[in-house]
Design a protein around this ligand. Structure first.
Ligand code: GLV
Ligand code: MG
Length: 353
């Protein structure tokens, strides 16, 4: 454990100073693309501004014989595209893979100034973050970077979940965590075969009717990911970093995707991955507070005056604590509105109605 006195000292001579706060940029939708796929990369310039984050994926989903093409494709993207308001992130290969070292030693000097965040998959504990932290500092110093590259860990091993708090606080580089439900299911030996989402077998059933054991009994599907998402949200909030739902693999099930994303949003997540263009609009809609919620929050703020005491609004009691929730929502809405003109308009139209 590093002493609080030198926690923010650069880990290599000449490396940029670590950030004290994670930049509060929009990251409602992290759109995944395979940089080895030329049809996909050709579309990137047109996607700038339509997603918050474009992520060049180097890990799972990219075939072993395309790993180097993906890395090189990402370098070409980083060097040739003007990303404007959209952030460029990558998902590196796993630390124990044959590709990780070349991924970082290639990307940092080539596109380190453009790369905002690197996702590190299958993080097991603080030791993984410490290794990446020092390596990035050395490479940043050598490349003469002036801004540190941030680290986002994927929570996708049972040990990672057990160590989630220490992962979040392992370095000032930590930007956030994503749930990795597919790898996590395998690591935990869950008996599912899906990438995120629910399962029809994971239900709670009503008791039998007394005297009529064969009568139909209602059952409701439960959320396989509730525990992990909630745990991840607490660990991230306590560390001042951001939690994200990860992938939802059933691309055709837009309703299920929206429900999973919304449950994560309501629990405290700030964004999710999109694996297909059809999921971009879902993530943007879900992870932006609705105009109605923003209007309600503004009414509570106005009604609460100096922010203390209690008032009745539409038959409901509002007090200092509900005001705090409204402020969380308004802070997010105001930040997103500065980046998204459509949202700014929706929020001001609702205020005027
Ligand atoms: C994502 O990487 C997952 O394993 O779900
Ligand atoms: Mg995974």
């Amino acid at each position: 454990m590093r002493s609080p006195k030198n926690f923010f000292a650069p880990l290599a001579v000449g490396a940029p100073a670590p950030l004290r706060e994670v930049p509060a940029t929009a990251s409602r939708v992290i759109h995944f693309l395979d940089p080895s796929n030329e049809k996909m990369t050709a579309k990137v310039p047109a996607m700038v501004g339509t997603v918050d984050v474009l992520l060049g994926n180097l890990e799972d989903g990219v075939k072993a014989d395309r790993k180097i093409a993906a890395r090189e494709g990402l370098v070409r993207l980083g060097q040739s595209v003007d990303f404007g308001p959209t952030q460029l992130w990558t998902r590196l290969n796993a630390l124990d893979s044959p590709w990780f070292l070349d991924d970082v030693t290639t990307l940092v000097p080539a596109i380190g100034a453009t790369l905002g965040v690197v996702m590190v998959p299958k993080v097991e504990g603080a030791e993984d973050i410490h290794y990446v932290d020092r390596l990035l500092a050395q490479l940043e110093a050598r490349a003469g970077l002036t801004r540190p590259i941030l680290v986002h860990a994927i929570l996708e091993t049972a040990r990672g979940v057990a160590n989630v708090e220490e992962i979040c606080t392992a370095s000032p580089r930590m930007q956030g965590l994503s749930l990795g439900p597919a790898d996590l299911a395998a690591s935990r030996r869950m008996k599912t075969t899906r990438v995120g989402g629910g399962h029809p077998g994971y239900v709670v059933r009503a008791d039998p009717t007394p005297g009529d054991p064969d009568a139909p009994r209602a059952s409701v599907q439960q959320d396989l990911w509730h525990y992990t998402v909630a745990r991840m949200v607490d660990a991230c909030a306590a560390a001042g970093i951001y939690p994200y739902y990860g992938p939802f693999g059933d691309i055709g099930d837009s309703v299920g995707c929206e429900d999973q994303f919304r449950a994560a949003f309501l629990l405290g997540c700030v964004g999710a991955w999109s694996l297909h263009p059809s999921q971009i609009a879902i993530a943007k809609r879900v992870f932006s507070p609705s105009a109605q919620d923003v209007a309600h929050a503004r009414r509570v703020v106005a009604a609460m005056g100096d922010g203390t005491g209690a008032v009745m609004l539409d038959g409901r009691m509002e007090d200092d604590a509900s005001l705090k929730q409204c402020r969380v929502l308004l802070d997010l809405a105001e930040r997103l509105a500065t980046l998204d003109p459509e949202l700014a308009e929706a929020y001001s139209a609702e205020a005027g109605s």
